[in-house]
Ligand binder design. Structure first.
Ligand code: NDP
Length: 447
């Protein structure tokens, strides 16, 4: 007896209400699992899918704080502890006005399989708030983070749940969150990752997702006897992941020609070199400005208001902004313009019909749960260093990161080949991540 995946998903949909991103992620994962579910009836016998779709715990709480004018503000806080079959819960916090339960359930669900692929012992979680740090003063962000942590503290711990950053949660927010955690819990442990170096952080953690994406891209290209050197890349976003992707692609001899934010896209045909990237980092991380300012700063570059980068010809497309940012029309434009590789720095940036289009057109397509796993992998290395009270050198962490990305790549391809489609990274990533978690769940009994 096996699963009727279509029927199963429709039942979950009916039970969970309007959570389109979560249902999209379920559909993407479960459809590609079908050959594995058919091959191993034990997953059906042990009701693994039924248990997998139900988070272990969903925590929702009010976050009250006082703004600079002295007015009371209220936001909603979340932590989804989805699955801890292979390790303590681990996953980022997102602060963005679009955050709601369904979005975080999608991210936490994806995180289960991503973390399983890293080879490190980490379960899947995600959290955050509909709080928007944009336009807030440092003091307002601090007061919000402190209030958020007053509730979160009772649910997390170094062997229970270890949050990190995501959209809207960078070094500043992690600092405020950890400061309050430390004070309330009366302990200095590795309960948050992404901490500053010098107070428990790991070298290479800020760079890890972008560097890891670049390493994964290099591995994918190598399967066709190619490399990043000489390739033109379009990158979306201009935050943490986008910035360090551009840095590493440049170092590998590639040329990144775009960046974006929710306002629009800049195009610099000469390439965003190290000096221009330093400007972007100062603009986005210090001044918290808009990417449109790039075009005014660098003559010859252009700004396209309200546009995404996917209409611009490139060899490789590296989406690093947000979910569902590549639709079918974008996919068609990329393929028509000669793009041969899409590797995801963001989580689920490609819509399902666009994924199908890439696969049907022999594009090397690296899904986020494999291609952007470098961030959580180095978070896992930060936890390992914290537990031992030591710090590794930059080279040591970077070498481990590169090895992990190579291992993920090989595992994904090996698994995909076992099921007859070596180039299908979606199939390989989903089945490899799933079998590790599902086998652990079966071994641990019905809990
Ligand atoms: P940041 O907050 O540093 O940057 C996010 C970037 O994406 C900004 O340029 C932002 O523009 C843009 N963006 C956000 N929402 C939208 C939107 N709705 N439409 C268009 N642009 C948008 O986040 P990160 O770089 O950390 O995260 C980017 C992606 O990478 C996310 O999908 C995240 O889940 C994923 N990821 C991050 C990891 C990490 O280690 N940080 C690890 C693995 C995945 P604006 O400033 O206008 O909002």
């Amino acid at each position: 007896m096996t699963y009727d995946v279509e029927h199963f998903i429709s039942e979950v949909r009916a039970k969970t209400g309007h959570q389109p991103e979560f249902h999209q992620a379920l559909s993407e994962v479960f459809h590609s699992l079908q050959p594995c579910l058919d091959r191993f009836p034990k997953y059906r016998h042990n009701a693994v899918l039924e248990r997998l779709v139900e988070p272990d715990r969903m925590i929702i709480f009010r976050v009250g704080w006082i703004d600079d004018k002295g007015d009371y503000q209220v936001n909603r806080g979340f932590r989804i502890q989805f699955n801890n079959a292979i390790g303590a819960y681990k996953g980022g916090l997102r602060f963005h006005p679009t955050v709601y339960l369904g979005l975080l359930k999608f991210l936490a669900f994806e995180q289960i399989f991503k973390n399983a692929l890293t080879t490190l012992p980490m379960g899947g979680a995600k959290g955050g708030s509909d709080f928007d740090p944009k336009g807030k003063s440092d003091n307002e962000v601090m007061r919000f983070c402190q209030s958020f942590m007053i509730e979160l503290v009772r649910h997390i711990g170094p062997d229970t749940d270890v949050p990190a950053g995501d959209i809207g949660v960078g070094g500043r927010e992690i600092g405020y969150l950890f400061g309050q955690y430390k004070r309330l819990a009366n302990e200095f442990t590795g309960t948050m990752t992404g901490k500053g170096f010098g107070w428990g952080g790991s070298l290479i953690r800020p760079e890890a997702t972008g560097y890891g994406l670049t390493y994964f891209t290099e591995e994918m290209l190598a399967t066709r006897g190619e490399s990043i050197e000489g390739k033109t890349c379009t990158v979306s976003g201009s935050g943490n992941v986008a910035q360090y992707t551009v840095e590493r692609v440049n170092e590998f001899g590639g040329k990144c020609i775009t960046l974006s934010d929710s306002g629009g896209t800049i195009l610099d045909r000469d390439g965003i070199d190290a000096e221009k990237l330093a400007y972007v980092m100062e603009l986005k991380n210090e001044r918290r400005g808009r990417i449109a300012e790039y075009a005014a700063q660098f003559p010859g570059s252009e700004y396209f208001e309200g546009k995404r980068p996917w209409g611009i010809p490139c060899d490789c497309a590296l989406p690093c902004a947000t979910q569902n940012e590549i639709d079918l029309d974008d996919a068609k434009a990329l393929v028509a313009n000669g793009c041969t590789l899409v590797a995801e720095g963001a989580n689920m940036p490609t819509q399902p019909d666009a994924v199908d289009y890439f696969l049907a057109n022999n594009i090397l397509y690296g899904p986020g749960k494999a291609a952007n796993a470098g961030g959580v992998a180095v978070s896992g290395l930060e936890m390992a260093q914290n537990a031992q009270h030591i710090s590794w050198t930059r080279e040591e962490v970077d070498n481990r990161l590169r090895q992990i990305m190579q291992t993920i790549h090989n595992n994904v391809r090996f698994t995909a080949a076992e099921y007859g489609s070596p180039d299908n990274y979606v199939l390989g990533a989903n089945i490899a991540g799933f079998t590790k978690v599902a086998n652990a769940m079966i071994a641990q009994g019905i809990v």
